[in-house]
Design a protein around this ligand. Structure first.
Ligand code: NCD
Length: 312
């Protein structure tokens, strides 16, 4: 995957929203602060002349729906391209499809695709007045999820620096984990732990400024924030783990939660698999902010879309 990092920011302004890896701290803070303003005041500029097209080549419930709601709340039109019934199923290339939708006067594309770099590729080919948002590219990045995760941490913990954050599960295939780690590092989080079986940890984790624990109790000890991840079975080509022991070793249950701080928040990007990575009593318990994450996602996506519209 060859990515042109400079395409995302032009003249010091966010032009597309493609990855966190190359996103400077000022832009992360700009998004969080605009989202806070929207969330607290329920007030936002309106963009009635703008059209947003969503192209989801992979399934989604919360990301796609919150993008649609966010778009409606800022008065932009939202068109949902039905990929399974689209002309790409007749062999049309993605770029030809994009050019066709561009001709319908569309100013923003929200793209999810299993191939890393797809949103970048589209951003490089669209006309100058169009912004592209990456809504997840394979196991590479999921930048809007990371922004709503940062918003959640700020809302419940007040800051990012003096925290211990433990990310548990399938780090290898998770785009959420990658974008999270980049954001937390940029924001100066003191301790980032990744926890999971060795077969689900990226080989290059030592370059990611994180600590690795194969023992979950040690990895979540005294954590302020625990982020649980789903096993991304759709991206596993071989059996990388034994399902029989996964819940015993890495499932978050009430007893295990005792290892973390008493005011720990438990997060999960969804969809959750109860009884596989998390027990219902924790997912629905007092430390869980999983459903709050979903609703914060609307304000955060409104913030990102409005910043991009303002800059274009
Ligand atoms: C995540 C994704 O699609 O990467 N979900 C989401 O966007 N809410 C995580 C997942 O599918 O496990």
């Amino acid at each position: 995957m060859k990515i042109n990092q400079s395409i995302q920011i032009q003249d010091n302004k966010l032009k597309h929203f493609l990855n966190i890896k190359s996103l400077p701290k000022t832009h992360i803070l700009e998004i969080i602060s605009r989202a806070e303003y929207i969330h607290n005041n329920n007030k936002i500029s309106k963009y009635p002349n703008k059209v947003v097209a969503s192209l989801f080549f992979e399934p989604s419930t919360r990301t796609k729906t919150t993008f649609e709601l966010a778009s409606k709340k800022i008065s932009a039109d939202f068109i949902n391209i039905d990929i399974s019934n689209s002309s790409t199923s007749k062999g049309e290339s993605i770029l030809d499809m994009i050019k066709t939708i561009e001709a319908m006067s569309c100013q923003m594309f929200v793209v999810r695709h299993s191939v890393p770099g797809t949103a970048h590729y589209i951003a490089e080919s669209v006309s100058n007045n169009i912004s592209v948002i990456n809504a997840g590219d394979g196991s590479n990045e999921h930048p809007t999820q990371a922004m709503l995760d940062m918003f959640t941490i700020k809302k419940h913990k007040g800051h990012f620096d003096d925290l211990k954050v433990s990310i548990v599960g399938d780090i290898l295939h998770s785009r959420v984990a990658k974008s999270l780690i980049y954001s937390l590092n940029t924001l100066g989080t003191k301790e980032i732990n990744i926890v999971g079986p060795e077969s689900l940890i990226p080989e290059n984790y030592s370059k990611m400024s994180v600590n690795y624990y194969s023992d979950m109790n040690k990895g979540i000890k005294d954590a302020d924030v625990i982020i649980m991840l789903r096993l991304q079975k759709e991206r596993m080509h071989d059996a990388l783990i034994s399902m029989d022991s996964y819940y015993d070793d890495y499932g978050l249950n009430k007893n295990r939660l005792e290892y973390a701080k008493s005011d720990v928040i438990v997060m999960h990007p969804g969809p959750i698999n109860r009884g596989i990575e998390i027990e219902s009593s924790v997912a629905d318990g007092p430390n869980s902010v999983i459903l709050n994450q979903v609703s914060y996602g609307i304000s955060v996506r409104m913030a990102i879309m409005s910043i991009l519209f303002d800059n274009n």
